[in-house]
Design a protein around this ligand. Structure first.
Ligand code: PLP
Length: 398
């Protein structure tokens, strides 16, 4: 018997993955940029307002290509939430730039747009918002700030594929955006990603960077008669075997998203009484955001209460997990100028957030087990005494 009756995540097959892989192999093109790569790029293009799409080996690599395209160099600064995956930051740090960490909003847990302008210096080049849990950042404000200060925007949209803000798809706001198809995301191929190019001026160079700094893509289109070294670059093209897997998932995106929406709404409905009785925070989705149903989390009143709920669920065979450890006060963050207390909401949320099992083929019976177990947990008055209320988060924690 596995340790957990209900895992935190379980990647799914939608049906065509294995035979598409067999097709890729039989067709004899298993390196990058084959038929399935093209098909995935076309499907994503349709979803993302006709943007230029290049599949990449990961979202991490798409972020690296973005930093290369924007010519980020030592001395540059970029604005980024501390509450994110390390790749959002590393991609720019690899070019020698300095991260300037900005705190998150206590409601959506997205980059707090009200704190961005004060973090801008003459060295700032880019803002890198992350649409946490697939709920859009306040893009009108962020794009306004970027325009005013002549900054670029790269959206880390690893959670947000199929989400939108004011009816515009997430991933179509910044000059560039990135997607992830890692096994933990909504649409997966094991490891994979995509660069979304909203400003066509980056398209040709992005192809070159992805193809080891050569103009091989132009050569294959018959635009040059031999290909050669024209720029810096690396190997960021996924195999068509992975693209075949991804293609099967993208074609079934409605089935995947419908199922995830149903699971999310059921958690919300069946946990809201329990949450308000116990003063526990639930996700907040602003009216102008269509979310991507990437995850479901609880904001517990304190680190202590979170630990007790996590253990309570573990005893019942359920794996619930925390999320990002703040970057500003990590070893690398401190070395980059971050300091303790710089992002108080991030520090608090990181200690108190617990993600419940959430995966596309979670059965109603499995979800009932999780919901009953959560509802059986009461925040005792002992913990409540030194705890923070949901209003603490909602009010900004400041
Ligand atoms: C998963 C994730 C990444 C990294 O994606 P990979 O495809 O694994 O490189 C980057 N940013 C965020 C916000 C993520 O959740």
């Amino acid at each position: 018997m596995p340790k957990y009756q209900i895992p935190f995540n379980r990647p799914i097959l939608t049906g065509d993955e294995l035979h598409y892989i067999a097709d890729a192999v039989t067709q004899g093109h298993i390196s990058g940029d084959g038929a399935f790569t093209k098909k995935c790029e076309a499907l994503l293009k349709e979803e993302l307002n006709d943007a230029g799409i290049l599949l990449t080996t990961s979202c991490t690599h798409a972020l690296e290509v973005a930093a290369l395209l924007l010519d980020i160099r030592p001395g540059d600064e970029f604005i980024v939430p501390s509450f994110t995956f390390v790749s959002t930051v590393n991609a720019f740090v690899l070019r020698g730039a300095k991260p300037v960490f900005v705190d998150i909003r206590p409601d959506t847990l997205n980059l707090d747009e009200k704190l961005v302008e004060q973090a801008i210096t003459p060295a700032t080049r880019v803002i890198v918002p992350v649409h946490y849990a697939g709920v859009g950042c306040e893009m009108d404000t962020l794009m306004g700030i970027a325009t005013k200060h002549n900054l670029k925007v790269v959206e880390d949209n690893a959670h947000g594929l199929f989400g939108s803000y004011k009816r515009k798809p997430l991933g179509t706001f910044g000059e560039l955006a990135t997607q992830s198809f890692h096994e933990t995301k909504n649409i997966v191929c094991g490891e994979g990603g995509a660069l979304v190019i909203n400003d066509p001026c980056y398209l040709e160079r992005a192809e070159v960077i992805r193809e080891k700094g050569t103009n091989r893509s132009r050569f294959f289109r018959g635009q040059v008669d031999k290909y050669t070294w024209v720029d810096i670059g690396s190997s960021y093209l996924p195999s068509d075997i992975l693209a075949a897997f991804l293609c099967a998932q993208l074609e079934k995106k409605d089935v995947i998203q419908t199922s995830r929406a149903q699971i999310w709404h059921r958690y919300m409905e069946e946990l809201s009484d329990w949450a308000s009785t116990n003063r526990i925070g639930l996700p907040i989705v602003p009216d102008d955001c269509q979310q991507a149903f990437h995850m479901f989390y609880l904001l517990m009143p304190s680190a202590e209460v979170r630990k007790h709920l996590k253990e309570h669920l573990e005893e019942r065979g359920i794996l619930a997990v925390s999320h990002y450890v703040p970057l500003h006060n990590s070893k690398m963050g401190l070395a980059s100028g971050g300091y303790e207390g710089q992002c108080p909401v991030t520090e608090r949320v990181s200690e108190c957030l617990l993600r419940l099992p959430f995966f596309t083929d979670m059965s109603a019976a499995e979800q009932s087990v999780v919901i009953s177990a959560v509802r059986a947990f009461e925040v005792s008055s002992t913990y409540a005494a030194e705890s923070q209320s949901p209003e603490y988060f909602r009010s900004g924690g400041r």
